[in-house]
Design a binder for this molecule. Sequence first.
Ligand code: NAP
Ligand code: ZN
Length: 358
Amino acid sequence: MSKSPEEEHPQKALGWAARDSSGVLSPFPFSRRENSNEDVTIKILYCGVCHSDLHSCKNDWGVSTYPLVPGHEIVGVVTKVGKAVTKFKVDDKVGVGVMVSSCKNCNCCKEDLENYCPKMIFTYNSINHDGTKTYGGYSDMIVVDQHYVLHFPDNLPLDAGAPLLCAGITVYSPMKYYGMTEAGKHLGVAGLGGLGHVAVKIGKAMGLKVTVISTSPKKESEAINRLGADSFLVSTDPAKLKAAMGTMDYIIDTVSAVHSLLPLLSLLKVNGKLITLGLPEKPLELPIFPLVLGRRLVGGSDVGGIKETQEMLEFCAKHNIVADIELIKMEQINTAMERLAKSDVRYRFVIDVSNSKL
Ligand code: NAP
Ligand code: ZN
């Protein structure tokens, strides 16, 4: 018989887990592997609440196994290093994002695209090399191979910086890869949530003109005055959409639910690019006419590799980019998840793990 999550490893850990697809989280005592030669043990201080955590808790994608401890926007401090660890020392401030391992041998791994390695191991809801489950950052500590750990820049706040580990890299990577960084070009950002609001800030830092495309008119003044967007388009207002048709060079689509791509494609210029990052539980319809007639492109992108994640952190440190956060205690996570489901967060919940009751 396999051992219980509390007994399978020597290091004791406390977290909060969803037990079934109701998604309700509750305290969960478990354990972490002993720190091996290549590992660092991290005391978790903060963890961002990504919409992927909500999708996973609710089993939106049909792949969740319970108990499920979410969390992949982790910031903490190193408490232990293995003998072969050269990248970090005890007391270093570090981050962990969406993955904790990969094969290190395939073409993707060799090209610093570990995020596309077929054997990549997710920070939670995955299976470790030793056959045990991975549990994420809604917990007090984690053990991670040094390769997948990031140096957290000194000048960034640990709490507001945490969301960069997923939201930050998820929007930064496609902007680089798809060539969406030419200063003066016009970027649309669909969905002003965790990913979207960081996309606005990174887009502005790259010198782009940024328009938010949102279903929430009440976010307009903040989008412009606080986040720095140049303009705001309510996607449910046909007249406004019509007036903006054919004006955008690129769109980053962060919408978490099933939605129509047609209005977004119509906003693009000829040769425009629509990059979809959201992961709704059902497929989207792809309108072919605006693609073909305008030589437009639809692409996707999944977080980013470790090297690029470090580069993104340095970029954000240089430009003072962090998330706008609502800091919560773990005890408030279920209410926070309910609000996240209603797009009612400004603009990322971050859990103050070390001051929470676990
Ligand atoms: P979020 O904070 O909930 O933001 C999503 C935004 O989408 C909402 O704030 C809302 O913005 C808009 N929205 C929600 N429901 C909508 C609907 N029915 N129609 C139109 N717009 C709607 O979520 P997030 O953490 O940014 O994540 C967004 C999506 O990206 C999720 O599906 C997540 O799983 C996925 N994700 C993907 C990657 C990747 O690597 N590709 C990484 C992380 C997350 P407005 O109020 O402005 O309309
Ligand atoms: Zn995420």
